[in-house]
Design a protein around this ligand. Structure first.
Ligand SMILES: Cc1cc2nc3c(=O)[nH]c(=O)nc-3n(C[C@H](O)[C@H](O)[C@H](O)COP(=O)(O)OP(=O)(O)OC[C@H]3O[C@@H](n4cnc5c(N)ncnc54)[C@H](O)[C@@H]3O)c2cc1C
Length: 392
């Protein structure tokens, strides 16, 4: 069977696009290499604006049924332990709460919603980076559970396969290094941390930063970024890694003193920020199109919003009879830049300031003295600049 759209990757970007395309009557296939529910390296803080998208997808209540915890406040800690309070309203105008929920649960809710909307779903199928386009169709192939090769055809291929996008490639960027060393992410669940109810915490330390937030099952997500040099120095000893990273921050050291590690560590990297080079004729969404700095907590918002944008552009085009993929992807890329380009640029600027030893202390001091600047910085990481091209 030929589909209207084949989507690669069932993260928030892919599932969102799949749900909204299927709801508009398109024949959609969603291909995912893992089997759900699956763990994912992520801070698992879901910003307030995501709840609006969940409403449109019909899954807000399901996220709470799955155990989502409400987050109303954020606290930022400078490397010396000084802290700043950041109410959620400063991050997102008109919203008083975000949520925290494991990716195993959140992504599973979205996948099940896609199934319910009529999307054909194949889990355990890894798509290969080969694409052939002929007679108005795109042909791709993948391996089912690493063995049998299967082939699929659709009018349009949407790449939602995350930071190492199957059909997008990295644009080398100096900012993906910290003091010359590549940056990696780590995540683990903790128990034994009290008083985190409705509070998210973000700690900056010598060569990175990390966050704590409560998730379902009485566990706390600890997720942090650090450098390859520090990972080497820790030599695989997890306690030593915490000593070299989070626990160099006196406030985090106090916070983690009774913490007990619950489960396995997840790690990935190197982390490359910013836009990726997309393949002509493939519509690319979520992290596969651009990776935004995790400390902004905006990655999932960008994934959900770009999934919605893609569904909107494709539905309109298909209704009007437009099936030329080059035209369609060009139109989408323009809108993606207009809608998210500003946010990516602000994040790159903040990243430069936050991670440069000479400016990070000054930045924390300035922000702690000016509520207006603090609000502007927080909103800049997520608010978009309205533009005439955004009407679609
Ligand atoms: C350390 C860290 C902390 C973060 N913390 C937060 C946070 O607290 N809040 C926040 O909003 N964002 C956070 N993010 C960002 C967030 O995780 C991502 O922005 C988000 O997951 C992007 O969603 P996506 O759907 O684009 O991609 P993904 O969620 O990565 O989903 C891609 C899917 O594609 C599948 N896939 C990949 N390759 C193939 C293939 N070849 N064939 C088939 N399937 C494939 C994968 O298995 C995966 O399920 C963090 C990121 C990192 C690295």
């Amino acid at each position: 069977m030929n589909y209207d759209a084949i989507i690669i990757g069932a993260g928030p970007a892919g599932s969102t696009a799949a749900i909204q395309l299927a709801q508009a009557g398109q024949r959609v296939m969603l291909l995912e290499k893992s089997r759900f529910p699956r763990e994912k390296l992520c801070g698992e803080f879901i910003t307030p604006e995501c709840l609006n998208v969940f409403d449109r997808l019909g899954v807000r209540q399901r996220m709470f049924d799955a155990g989502a915890k409400i987050i109303r406040r954020f606290k930022l800690f400078a490397p010396d332990g000084r802290s700043l309070n950041l109410p959620i309203e400063w991050i997102a105008d008109g919203h008083s709460q975000g949520i925290s929920l494991t990716r195993a649960a959140m992504d599973f809710v979205l996948l099940e919603r896609a199934r319910e909307a009529g999307v054909d779903i194949r889990e355990g199928l890894q798509v290969s980076p080969r694409l052939r386009q002929q007679d108005g169709l795109s042909f791709i192939e993948g391996k089912a559970d690493g063995a049998t090769v299967e082939r699929f055809a659709a009018s349009l291929v949407i790449d939602a396969s995350g930071r190492n996008g199957v059909f997008s490639s990295q644009i080398p960027q100096a900012a993906s290094r910290f003091e010359g060393s590549r940056v990696f992410g780590c995540k683990v669940y903790l128990r034994g941390i009290e008083d985190l109810r409705d509070l998210g915490e973000l700690y900056f330390f010598r060569d990175g930063y990390g966050g704590l937030s409560e998730v379902e099952g009485d566990r706390v997500n600890l997720c942090f970024l650090t450098t390859e040099a520090t990972l080497r120095e820790a030599k695989g000893d997890r306690q030593r890694l915490l000593d070299l990273t989070l626990r160099t921050n006196p406030a985090a050291k106090r916070r983690l003193q009774d913490a007990v590690i619950d489960g396995d560590w997840l790690g990935a990297g190197p982390i490359i920020y910013g836009r990726r080079r997309t393949m002509p004729g493939v519509l690319t969404i979520g992290d596969a199109a651009a990776f935004i700095d995790p400390f902004t907590g905006s990655g999932m918002l960008l994934a959900l919003s770009s999934g919605e944008l893609a569904a909107n552009v494709v539905n309109r085009a298909f209704v009007s009879g437009e099936r030329n993929v080059e035209t369609l992807t060009r139109r989408f890329d323009q809108l993606h830049r207009a809608k998210f380009g500003w946010r990516l640029r602000i994040c790159a600027l903040l990243r430069g300031l936050t991670f440069h030893p000479a400016t990070r202390s000054a930045l924390v001091t300035i922000l702690s003295r000016s509520q207006t600047l603090m609000k502007l910085a927080a909103r800049g990481t997520r608010q978009r600049v309205l533009s005439a091209t955004e009407s679609s």
